[in-house]
Design a binder for this molecule. Structure first.
Ligand SMILES: [Fe+2]
Length: 219
């Protein structure tokens, strides 16, 4: 189903169309982040908008596409710019749910629609020369209130873990810039100093198919 046929709410459509125009002219990721950090709080503080789209979705209507496969199971794609300059995604966080530490393929701005979303930023200390090895140190930890935002950068400049330390279920909006063509992101196991690839469902199946073929051809 296309974006338009899913009746995207006007507040989200207008935000995204404004962002398309503004981001097209901005080349520096820091300038893009600065623009989005000014604009995203307006959407995040629109409590009625979230209530409406959730109620519609629970009735089996509206524009939230719960069937669409995504890399993370708490992720809903809200909008993808036609030139792939950015995407806007909604994430759902149950009490105590956190990501594993991970990096990104793009810059991004993230923020919650209610208080209490936690962002923990890490710095990678090793030189990336050892296969599957990574050593991270925590450098920053913040708890965001409704409408506050944090940001991230591509690759090792933007390693973080985020989640919900509260007793309530939270929503965040995450706007990501144009993606690098890496095809995966890195996940990190801090305790064991390991790095591993996180693939989208489609890429994971393609990867495993190619590996299964290798197994069969070796027999
Ligand atoms: Fe992230």
């Amino acid at each position: 189903m296309t974006q338009s046929s899913r009746n995207i709410p006007s507040e989200i459509l207008e935000f995204c169309e404004r962002s398309s125009v503004a981001l097209k002219d901005l080349k520096d990721p820091r300038a893009c982040i600065e623009y989005v950090k000014k604009e995203l709080p307006g959407l995040l503080c629109n409590r009625g908008l979230f209530i409406d789209i959730i109620k519609d979705s629970l009735r089996g209507e509206g524009f939230l596409d719960v069937q669409r496969p995504t890399t993370f199971d708490n992720e809903l794609v809200l909008y993808i710019d036609k030139d792939r300059l950015f995407s806007l995604r909604m994430y759902l966080w149950g009490p105590g749910e956190f990501t594993t530490p991970h990096d990104h393929n793009s810059w991004g701005v993230i923020g919650p629609a209610s208080d209490g979303y936690e962002v923990i930023n890490y710095q990678r200390e090793d030189d990336e020369s050892r296969e599957a090895y990574a050593r991270l140190v925590e450098v920053e930890r913040v708890i965001l209130r409704q409408g506050e935002t944090a940001h991230t950068f591509p690759l090792k400049a933007g390693i973080h873990k985020t989640g919900n330390p509260t007793e309530e279920t939270l929503i965040t909006l995450n706007l990501y810039g144009k993606s690098l063509p890496r095809g995966y992101i890195n996940g990190f196991d801090i305790e064991n100093n390991r790095v591993f690839r996180i693939l989208s469902p489609r890429r994971k199946k393609e990867y495993l198919l190619s590996k299964a073929l290798e197994t069969l051809e070796k027999m």
